[in-house]
Design a protein around this ligand. Structure first.
Ligand code: AMP
Ligand code: ZN
Length: 470
C-alpha cells in the first residue's frame, strides 16, 4: 500500500496517515454558505480535497472512503439576501446549491458521499447543545445557548492561540448575556421574520459552528480521520467545532488529522469587488475558460501555499492541456504511474505531480518515435499517462467538452462581419447586437477586435442553436 503522509495542523507536522478503520476512511470538509455563486477562491478547497478523496479511493478502495461536505443553508447572510431581493430563503438556497453543484462538477470535482444541509440536522444540533448544557460546558441565557469556553482546557490548541490573548481580542463588545467574553453562541433567538425552530431555549436558530459538529457526528461518528477546510476557518470555526464535539461526545479528539488549504488571491491582490478582481467560477466558464483549466491552475500550486490566480497561468495551463488532449488516441486508462501516486501521497504534492505528468508525457511521445521506451509501448505509455491524469481529475471524458473544437464557425464569422459592415454604414447596430446575443445564447464565445472576430465554443455551447443564425 502506498504510504500517505499528510500535514496535520494539530501537530504542525507531516504524519503518516493510518485510517482508524481501514474499511471506512472518513473525511469531513466544511462546505459553502449558499446565498451566492461560488467565487474562484471557494473552488480551491473543493479541488484540493477532491484530489485527496480520489487518492484515498485509489489507495484504500472506492467503497472504503466516506466523504462529507455540508451546505450551510441557515445563516444571516442568507436572510439578508432574501430581505434585499424579496425572494424566499428556500428559493435562494435551493438555487445556489444547484449552481454550486454544477460549477464544482465543471472543475472536475466528484460529488462527496454525503452532502447534508444544516437545516436537515436541527434536531441533532439541539440534542448536542442539550448534552453540553447537561455537562456544564454550556448554559442558556436570554433565549441563547452559549458554550463556556473556559470549561474546555484545550481550547486554542489547534490554532496555537493563547487563551489570554483571545480574551483581550474578545473584549471589544461583550454581549450582556455572556458569562465570559470568550463564550460563543450555540443557539440564538429568531424574530418573527427570521427562520426559527422550537427549542428548549425558545424559538430560534443555531449558531454557525454547531452544525458541523452535529452533522459530522451523525454521518461519520464521534471521532473520524480527516477534517478539512480553508485556513480562514481554522479559528474560530474549527476550534469551536473541536470544543463542542469533544465536550459533548466525551472524546479526546474530533478528527485525527486537520488539514487547511491556504487562500487564493488574484493577480497578486486579495480578491475584492471594489478592486474589480473578484470573479466567480461561472464568470470564468462563461468567458470560455474550461473548468479543466481552472483545475490545472489550482493543482500547480501546493495547497499549503498561498496561490495567485493569473491570466498567465491560465494561458499556460490551457496550452499544456491542449497539447495533452491533442495527442490522446482513445485508449482506455490503465494504472496510474507508481511514482505519481507516491508524490501525491507526500502531503498532496500536486505541483510535483504535474511535473511528473510532463515527464510521463515525454516518455510516451518518445515511445511513439522509437516504437517503445523503457520496455513500454506507445499505447502502454498513453494508458498509464491517462490513468495518472485521471487520478488527479484531469483528462476525464467529462472534462474534455472544451477540447471538442469540431464546430466550424467560418460561415457564422462571415455573416457576422457582413452584419457589422452594414451596421457601420447605417449606424444601426440593433441587428448586430441581436445576432451577438443569439450567439452568446448558443454558448459561443465571441471576441471582437479591429482585425475581425473570433468565435469559439464556451462551456455551454449548443450546436443545435446555431442552425439558422445569421
Ligand atoms: P464560505 O462559503 O465563505 O464559508 O467558504 C467556503 C469555503 O471556501 C471554505 O472552506 C473557505 O475556507 C474557502 N475559501 C473562501 N475564500 C477562499 C479563498 N480566497 N481561497 C481559498 N479558499 C477560500
Ligand atoms: Zn465546519
Amino acid at each position: 500500500m502506498t504510504e500517505i503522509k499528510l500535514y496535520n495542523t494539530k501537530t504542525r507536522k507531516k504524519e503518516v496517515f493510518e485510517p482508524i478503520d481501514a474499511d471506512n476512511v472518513r473525511m469531513y470538509v466544511c462546505g459553502p454558505t449558499v446565498y451566492d455563486r461560488a467565487h474562484i477562491g471557494n473552488a480551491r478547497p473543493v479541488i484540493v480535497f477532491d484530489v485527496l478523496f480520489r487518492l484515498l479511493r485509489h489507495v484504500c478502495g472506492k467503497k472504503h472512503v466516506t466523504y462529507v461536505r455540508n451546505f450551510t443553508d441557515v445563516d444571516d447572510k442568507i436572510n439578508a439576501r432574501a430581505a434585499e431581493s424579496g425572494r424566499s430563503i428556500g428559493e435562494i438556497t435551493a438555487e445556489t446549491t444547484q449552481w454550486y453543484l454544477e460549477d464544482m462538477a465543471e472543475v472536475g470535482a466528484l460529488e462527496p458521499t454525503h452532502m447534508p444541509r444544516a437545516t436537515g440536522y436541527i434536531g441533532e444540533m439541539i440534542a448536542m447543545i442539550e448534552a453540553l448544557i447537561a455537562k456544564d460546558h454550556a448554559y442558556p441565557a436570554e433565549g441563547h445557548a452559549l458554550f463556556r469556553v473556559r470549561s474546555y482546557e484545550n481550547y486554542g490548541a489547534l490554532s496555537g492561540r493563547d487563551m489570554d490573548d483571545m480574551i483581550a481580542g474578545a473584549r471589544v463588545e461583550v454581549a450582556p448575556y455572556k458569562e465570559d467574553p470568550m463564550d460563543f453562541v450555540l443557539w440564538k433567538p429568531s424574530s418573527e421574520d427570521q427562520p426559527g425552530w422550537d427549542s428548549p431555549w425558545g424559538r430560534g436558530r443555531p449558531g454557525w459552528h454547531i452544525e458541523c459538529s452535529a452533522m459530522a457526528k451523525a454521518l461519520l461518528g464521534d471521532v473520524f480521520d480527516i477534517h478539512g477546510g480553508g485556513l480562514d476557518l481554522q479559528f474560530p470555526h474549527h476550534e469551536d467545532e473541536i470544543a463542542q464535539s469533544c465536550c459533548a461526545n466525551g472524546t479526546e479528539e474530533m478528527a485525527r488529522f486537520w488539514m487547511h488549504n491556504e487562500m487564493l488571491q488574484v493577480e497578486g491582490k486579495k480578491m475584492s469587488k471594489s478592486l474589480g478582481n473578484f470573479f466567480t467560477v461561472r464568470d470564468l466558464l462563461e468567458q470560455g475558460v474550461p473548468g479543466e483549466v481552472i483545475r490545472f491552475v489550482m493543482l500547480s500550486t501546493h495547497y499549503r501555499k498561498p496561490m495567485d490566480w493569473t491570466e498567465k497561468k491560465r494561458a499556460e495551463a490551457e496550452k499544456t492541456l491542449y497539447q495533452w488532449r491533442e495527442n490522446l488516441t482513445g485508449v482506455e486508462p490503465s494504472k496510474p504511474n507508481d511514482e505519481l501516486v507516491a508524490i501525491l501521497g507526500q502531503d498532496l504534492n500536486t505541483p510535483q505531480a504535474v511535473s511528473q505528468m510532463r515527464v510521463l508525457f515525454l516518455s510516451w511521445i518518445n515511445a511513439r518515435t522509437h516504437g517503445e521506451n523503457f520496455d513500454k509501448s506507445e499505447l502502454e505509455w498513453e494508458a498509464e499517462f491517462l490513468a495518472s491524469a485521471q487520478l488527479m481529475g484531469l483528462l476525464t471524458p467529462e472534462g474534455g467538452k472544451w477540447f471538442d473544437q469540431s464546430f466550424d464557425f467560418s460561415w457564422h464569422i462571415d455573416a457576422f462581419l457582413k452584419a457589422r459592415d452594414e451596421a457601420m454604414d447605417s449606424k444601426d447596430f440593433s441587428k448586430l447586437d441581436a445576432l451577438k446575443e443569439q450567439l452568446v445564447e448558443a454558448g459561443v464565445v465571441v471576441k471582437m477586435s479591429k482585425e475581425g472576430v473570433e468565435m469559439s465554443q464556451g462551456p455551454n455551447f449548443d450546436a443545435s442553436k446555431m442552425v439558422g443564425l445569421a
